[in-house]
Ligand binder design. Structure first.
Ligand code: NAG
Ligand code: NAG
Ligand code: NAG
Ligand code: NAG
Length: 620
């Protein structure tokens, strides 16, 4: 409330200066204020008739209970471990109180919006309505304008928005208002050299069960290598179907089956030998008009490297975890380079929200157990009220038993620049969102073998992302590990005093190989770096763990972190050197135990199975 008052002195005086009369409660007070990130400049006014799709996040009835249940079902020592909530159980907890829905509906009616114009999410905790900009300005005492970035992308936003005071406790957030979230892929770090000319060390007679020394080379990382390195190579999936995995595409990214098949022919000939040429390699789901094109890339898409990220993710996951069925969720909502027309709704919704609400509406038996996402933006590009609500939706999906893994970013401690957007002109480490959300699992990057070290590739400028968020406090599950890391390093008070939040959610949680992944794009081989590569690799290994758990009659992993920080970490290969260089500093160093560049390190599949008491005779 205090910061709100400072930001809106005028409103606060108005509100506090009056008795709590009806009129005071009806008076508008600032609800949220958020400066655009540097790259966005206000360019011009928007036509009052331009239509936007407002998303109103109603306060959820029993969200504390969702968090309590999430903590129980994710704690390996709790009696309710693995007893994930059904869609119905969860929706009962997240649905708003009746008072909330009716107050908001009445307010909208008073402003000329008929209840029939309102659509709802499955739990009725989000309202969606299309309104012209002038109506949105009236509802929110806002000033919607056009903001553009150097790449010619445009968004319609209002940095400040207000609500009648009596609604402040009933509405968590409304978007699009002041979030300038523009997620980009963590994986677009292709090697400068055209890939076909990279000398490929092809060793004779590479087979699916050859040891690391025979199948691993830093020139090009392949699925045989990843499987040998992390110990899944001798495991045969036996719960495919009951076990499912998924990945997400945003920003018009594509995953072409024809490229994936070519990749498997090259790197998993043992799989291709048994897949029918007509068999589907994955299922495609379009959310909010996300693109699911399967025809070859057009010239514009080739020029924009479209499909590199989407190809990397699908190929990496299939290369490790086939025959586990894979679903690709493509969510629309790219920031368009558009001149908005009157009356044509634009799709500038925040894509994570569309995705997570779609997932929450799915039936229990179609929900995948693990989902890989390789897209993020700086935390400061997202308004805090909105980041909190999206993060809470992730918690809700975690309570339903879905493991969500996200890349930690590719620029060390300074994702996309180090300047703050609060007008202070200060430079600090800049954390990323969603990685700063405590209810997901964040994956950093490594390279080399024997020993594996934190990733830092001078050829592409890629460094594993890591650090401390500012919006979310450090969750209790990581208190001991992170405190120990800070203590060993004297809180970095000599070097980094005041430029990171020692009390924030620290990431990543774990890591995996992330340099020189060979993939097929547009019919040719490419090498790629990024936590975009380590993230689907980890997701696929976790899918193999789930396969073994399901086949042993045990619950699947769900939200991993409470297990990971309590006992799972002993099953990871500790990474001891390298760092998350960025912002002209060496960043955070890798070190014994948890660290802010590789988390607890890379997965060791047989050890993870033993950690769960699963028979690790893998070769059955
Ligand atoms: C898989 O089996 C091969 C051959 O039996 C063996 O050389 C290799 O070490 C095994 N790999 C793992 C990770 O257990
Ligand atoms: C969906 O996307 C396609 C191409 O990406 C576009 O042509 C079409 O207008 C979009 N439809 C809607 C309803 O936004
Ligand atoms: C993509 O493939 C087509 C067909 O082989 C080729 O003509 C085109 O040059 C390729 N584009 C890029 C960017 O490599
Ligand atoms: C680090 O900071 C915490 C909290 O401010 C403090 O309790 C702790 O003693 C500090 N540790 C060192 C080694 O300075």
């Amino acid at each position: 409330m205090l910061s709100l008052c400072i930001a809106a002195l005028v409103f606060c005086i108005a509100v506090y200066g009056l008795p709590e009369s009806q009129s005071a409660l009806k008076a508008y007070a600032l609800k949220s204020s958020h400066m655009p990130a540097q790259q966005w400049t206000k360019t011009n006014a928007v036509s009052p008739n331009h239509v936007i799709n407002l998303q109103i996040g109603l306060k959820q009835g029993k969200f504390d209970e969702v968090l309590r249940r999430l903590a129980e079902v994710s704690d390996p020592d709790h009696a309710n471990y693995g007893r994930y909530l059904s869609a119905q159980e969860l929706n009962k907890l997240t649905q708003p109180k009746e008072e909330t829905t009716s107050l908001v509906t009445e307010w909208l009616s008073e402003n000329g919006i008929n209840p029939s114009q309102i659509r709802y999410s499955a739990a009725r905790d989000w309202m969606y309505l299309d309104v012209p900009v002038q109506k949105a300005n009236q509802l929110l005492a806002g000033e919607y304008s056009m903001y553009e970035n150097h790449a010619g992308k445009a968004m319609i936003r209002t940095p400040d928005w207000s609500l009648p005071r009596y609604l402040h406790d009933h509405i968590d957030t409304i978007q699009p208002t002041n979030s300038f979230f523009n997620p980009s892929s963590n994986g677009l770090k292709p090697e400068a050299e055209p890939l076909n000319s990279v000398s490929i060390v092809t060793r004779p007679a590479q087979g699916p069960r050859d040891p690391v020394a025979a199948v691993c080379t830093m020139n090009r990382l392949t699925p045989y290598c990843l499987r040998a390195l992390y110990g899944t190579q001798n495991y045969t999936a036996r719960a495919a179907g009951r076990n499912k995995m998924a990945m997400t595409n945003y920003l018009d990214e594509l995953s072409l089956a024809v490229d994936a098949r070519q990749y498997l022919s090259k790197y998993r000939p043992d799989i291709i030998a048994v897949i029918k040429p007509s068999a589907k390699l994955f299922d495609l789901v379009s959310i909010n008009n996300g693109t699911i094109q399967q025809t070859p890339f057009n010239p514009a898409q080739q020029a924009a490297n479209t499909g590199i990220e989407g190809g990397l993710d699908v190929q990496t996951m299939l290369g490790i975890a086939w025959p586990t069925p894979l679903t690709i969720y493509s969510t629309g909502g790219r920031q368009p380079d558009f001149i908005p027309d009157d009356f044509t709704p634009t799709n500038t919704n925040e894509p994570y929200l569309d995705w997570v609400n779609y997932m929450l509406a799915l039936d229990d038996d179609v929900l995948p157990q693990v989902v890989s996402t390789s897209y993020a933006d700086t935390e400061q590009s997202v308004a805090k009220d909105y980041a909190i609500r999206v993060c809470n939706q992730f918690a809700a999906l975690g309570a339903r038993g879905v493991s969500m893994v996200f890349g930690s970013g590719d620029e060390g401690v300074g994702g996309k620049g180090c300047l703050r957007n609060d007008g202070s002109g200060k430079s600090t480490f800049i954390p990323e969102f969603p990685p700063s959300c405590p209810y997901i699992t964040v994956i950093g990057g490594t390279q080399d073998f024997n020993p594996e070290v934190a990733a830092d590739d001078p050829n592409t400028g890629f460094t594993s992302g890591g650090g401390f968020g500012e919006y979310f406090a450090r969750p209790s599950y990581q208190d001991a590990a992170v405190t120990q890391y800070l203590d060993i390093n004297n809180n970095f008070s000599d070097k980094y005093s005041g430029i990171f939040n020692t009390a924030g959610r620290a990431y990543p949680d774990m890591a995996a190989q992330s340099v020189n992944y060979g993939i097929v794009w547009n019919g040719t081989l490419r090498n790629l770096d990024g936590t975009s590569a380590s993230t689907p690799a980890v997701a696929a290994i976790l899918a193999m763990v789930n396969d073994a758990l399901i086949s042993s009659g045990k619950p699947t992993l769900g939200f991993l972190n409470p297990w990971l920080y309590k006992k799972g970490y002993t099953a990871f290969n500790d990474i001891l050197s390298g760092g998350s260089a960025g912002c002209n500093t060496p960043g955070f160093p890798a070190s014994k135990g948890w660290d802010a560049v590789t988390g607890f390190g890379s997965p060791n599949f047989p050890k993870i199975l033993r950690n769960f008491g699963v028979d690790d005779k893998l070769d059955r």
